[in-house]
Design a binder for this molecule. Structure first.
Ligand code: ATP
Length: 316
């Protein structure tokens, strides 16, 4: 029924609009923030059917997140609400365009209580692809077990697994993160690290060496994100750099990775050739950095096509 199943924690985000330390900020516009829901919304905008699961607090913020994501056309019907904990929130402080800090209020949040039995197996089994990030296993031991269970269900049905590491060292130790990332990577069919994450996982420095190490002996697709330079695609038969698109003005670099992941997954679902899939993901990443916010810049399919081919005569 669904093209993609993804799950994780989405929080309410209070983002200061002025460039000041948070103690001097008096008004905080309310938004949402979560890597997996960004990817889900990105995929919905590209025309795919996506189911997103989370455990939310039975509180106004939990309901806000649920309605928001559902309003973007993502299936949220397997989400659970709990009275045992509140929905996580976080604040973003901008001190300069380059210096952005986040303050999490998410420890013991509702999402951190996710456990394997909370997963609706039928939802995963109906999907063509499972999207996993490295944030979810960092939230708690039961979240980590939930990730392993989702992987097990997907594997039993030969559902493709896409792993985006999304390293967050505020959430766990270097040792644990490295061990868990490499464990998930062995199960994944496709891995989408940034260069720093690839270095972190493998201890290698060069792009090609990292890809080789992540691939191991299996037949996987490794795509390493290289910021403005684009990305490096590595499979058994294809090894190539795919150039990024120029961005006139970088407004907000955050969220590019999630848009990129949505582009990759979309291309895979459409069974496009991999170099084209990566090119499209590069285009979406470039479109996202040109717009403020994580989800505001996520395009529809005709919009990406126009961006990739501005002189073309495509109409929508
Ligand atoms: P995030 O900040 O969302 O965690 P990330 O670190 O996972 O992002 P990046 O390498 O920063 O990943 O960006 C993902 C993709 O977005 C890149 O591979 C590239 O295709 C595109 N992209 C990012 N920044 C730029 C840029 N400045 N110019 C053009 N394309 C970009």
């Amino acid at each position: 029924k669904f093209d993609v199943f993804t799950f994780g924690e989405t929080m309410v985000l209070f983002q200061a609009e002025q460039m000041l330390p948070l103690e001097y900020i008096h008004h905080f516009p309310k938004q949402i923030g979560g890597a997996e829901s960004n990817v889900a919304i990105g995929l919905a905008r590209l025309g795919h059917s996506v189911s997103w699961f989370s455990k939310l607090g039975n509180d106004p913020f939990g309901r806000y997140i649920h309605k928001y994501i559902r309003g973007e056309g993502v299936d949220t019907s397997s989400c659970l609400f709990t009275d045992e904990a509140t929905t996580g929130i976080f604040f973003k402080e901008k001190l300069s365009p380059e210096e952005v800090n986040v303050y999490y209020y998410r420890k013991n949040s509702a999402a951190s209580l996710m456990e394997p039995s909370d997963l609706n197996e039928e939802y995963i089994k109906q999907a063509k692809l499972l999207h996993i990030t490295g944030i979810t296993p960092a939230l708690s031991e039961s979240c980590y077990q939930t990730v392993l269970r989702a992987i097990e269900i997907a594997k039993s049905e030969k559902i493709k697994i896409v792993f985006d590491p999304n390293l967050r060292l505020k959430l766990w130790s270097v040792e644990k993160a490295k061990q868990v990332f490499n464990e998930i990577a062995t199960h994944a069919d496709m891995i989408l690290p940034g260069l720093d994450e690839g270095q972190f996982m493998t201890g290698k420095t060069e792009v090609e060496e990292i890809a080789e190490a992540l691939m191991g002996k299996e037949d996987k697709t490794i795509i390493i994100k290289l910021g403005a330079k684009g990305a490096y695609l590595h499979t058994k038969n294809e090894k190539q750099y795919i150039e990024g698109f120029p961005v006139k003005q970088i407004v907000d670099p955050v969220g590019a990775g999630d848009g990129f992941a949505a582009g990759i997954i979309s291309g895979i679902l459409l069974e496009e050739p991999l170099p084209l899939v990566v090119k499209k993901a590069n285009a979406i990443g470039a479109m996202v950095v040109g717009v403020n916010g994580d989800i505001e810049g996520l395009p529809t399919l005709p919009k990406v096509e126009r961006f990739m081919n501005p002189s073309g005569d495509s109409r929508d």
